[in-house]
Write a protein that binds this ligand. Structure first.
Ligand code: ADP
Length: 451
């Protein structure tokens, strides 16, 4: 059996950072006894010339440090101020500087150099996400012949957005060095094909087989899942004292997101405002619990979204609150997973309304956490990758506050039988396509891509 070597931007050392990728990879590696390599999270003036190995996990973990300059240009710069906004349809928030791209290339080249001495002949290498697009090309330059796959956790942009990158043709060159490029949804694969056709030297040999710049590569759609059984157990074990208490017995709508402009939090707040405006009888009967830990605060666009969200929550609360009831409860911190699972279960409505999202694991966690005898209702943006699978949710356009407010009303009024039927279908999907299914499907396809 091949050893799995996973490479991602970050690896969890000590306190795990939140994020779907961390949760998913940990599950995938535990079963394969593999090695996980990534950035330590530490910047230093003189990073070591070798990987640092860490004990204490059920698989090998090795990290590297970055200089502050590399962290700024590779991570905050090209990854999160160029690729992230473009992939999430916000080219207007992009900041193009030549040193960002240079740093991005330099760090990927360095990661390849650090990795090569630790590779074995029978390895299968699985590169995660948009921070590491160039890694396969760099590894090939150093003579690595093992199968190398890439999985993109975020959306792939269509030709118009792709064309706003400073280097669209280079993106396709980077991808062409992988044996397998995996996407979350069919929409992403279609965008990849359309963008590659218009921006690179491209031929489609079959549905999932492409030739780019003379190199053959395979593609596939692998919607990422959660550790569903573990999450169900977590929600069932949730403690009474961790539940939210309300003076007025209001029903809870819950939103759980990193505070990112792609998550549509202001749009969600405005829809909630439209709901309260349109139906005064909902006063004290419904509330929105928004859990949104700040993220990437060194990037300007993230400071702006934080200010906008806080301002809006303050305004809505000022407009509608009563002595016993605050319509929006806004928490700016991560919450332990077991508490989160209990809050999902308690919430009558799960609000997952991103403007763009690769998958959105919160949608799947919300479904898994429900009590099947009395489940809540999921309201889901059609622009979340999860909408391709979770078709029994109330699917909405997050840009339309009236439509979203109507869905909130429909969810509040929905009878038990309809809630149970919708939830049963959603749960079946989340159980069948869990994170174990995802990694097996991907790694099988990677092995076959080489055959
Ligand atoms: P993204 O990867 O863009 O952050 P996902 O919805 O795919 O979005 O994954 C987010 C993950 O982070 C989920 O597993 C969710 O439970 C977790 N998470 C998000 N916000 C919090 C929070 N405030 N406290 C704890 N975990 C959180």
């Amino acid at each position: 059996m091949a050893r799995l070597v996973a490479v991602s931007n970050r690896i969890p050392l000590g306190d795990s950072p939140s994020g779907g990728l961390v949760v998913a990879l940990e599950d995938a590696l535990r079963t394969s006894g593999g090695l996980w390599v990534g950035f330590s999270g530490e910047t230093t003036e003189t990073p070591a010339d070798d990987l640092t190995f860490h004990e204490g996990a059920a698989f090998g973990r090795a990290s590297f440090d970055l200089t502050a300059e590399d962290h700024d240009s590779y991570y905050l710069g090209f990854s999160n101020s160029v690729l992230w906004p473009v992939c999430h349809g916000r080219a207007d928030l992009m900041r193009i500087l030549p040193e960002y791209l240079e740093g991005y290339r330099r760090v990927n080249e360095r990661i390849a150099r650090l990795l090569v001495p630790h590779l074995r002949e029978d390895d299968h290498i699985w590169v995660q996400d948009y921070q590491l697009f160039p890694l396969a090309q760099e590894l090939r330059k150093l003579g690595v012949t093992a199968p190398i796959g890439h999985f993109l956790h975020i959306p792939f942009p269509g030709p118009t957005d792709c064309g706003t990158l400073p280097n669209p043709d280079e993106l396709f060159t980077w991808l062409s060095y992988y044996d397998l490029a995996g996407f979350q949804t069919q929409r992403d694969l279609d965008n990849f094909a359309a963008s590659a056709r218009s921006l690179s030297d491209f031929a489609r040999l079959s549905d999932n087989h492409f030739r780019i710049a003379g190199r053959d590569m395979h593609t596939g759609v692998f919607p990422i899942g959660i550790d569903t059984e573990a999450f169900i157990a977590e929600a069932q074990a949730a403690r009474e004292e961790d539940r939210m208490r309300s003076l007025t017995g209001a029903q809870i709508m819950i939103g759980v997101d990193r505070l990112d402009y792609s998550k549509g939090i202001p749009q969600r707040f405005r829809a909630f405002q439209a709901l309260l405006d349109g139906d005064p009888s909902l006063t004290e009967r419904v509330m929105l619990l928004q859990i949104a830990p700040p993220t990437r605060e060194a990037v300007d666009a993230y400071q702006q979204i934080r200010e906008e969200t806080e301002h809006l929550a303050g305004r809505i609360n000022g407009q509608f609150a009563t002595v016993n009831w605050t319509p929006i409860r806004f928490i700016h911190r991560p919450i332990p997973r077991n508490e989160l699972a209990g809050l999902y279960r308690q919430a009558r409505i799960g609000l997952v309304t991103p403007l763009a999202d690769g998958m959105n694991l919160v949608a799947k966690e919300y479904v898994a956490a429900q009590d099947p005898a009395d489940p809540g209702v999921l309201i889901l943006s059609r622009f979340a990758g999860a909408a391709e699978q979770l078709t029994e949710a109330l699917i909405i356009n997050p840009h339309d506050p009236t439509e979203m407010a109507q869905a909130m009303h429909q969810a509040i009024d929905m009878g038990l039988e309809e809630r149970q039927a919708r939830h049963a279908a959603l749960l079946r999907c989340v159980m069948e396509h869990d994170v174990g299914w995802w990694s097996r499907a991907y790694l099988d396809a990677l092995a076959h891509a080489r055959d």
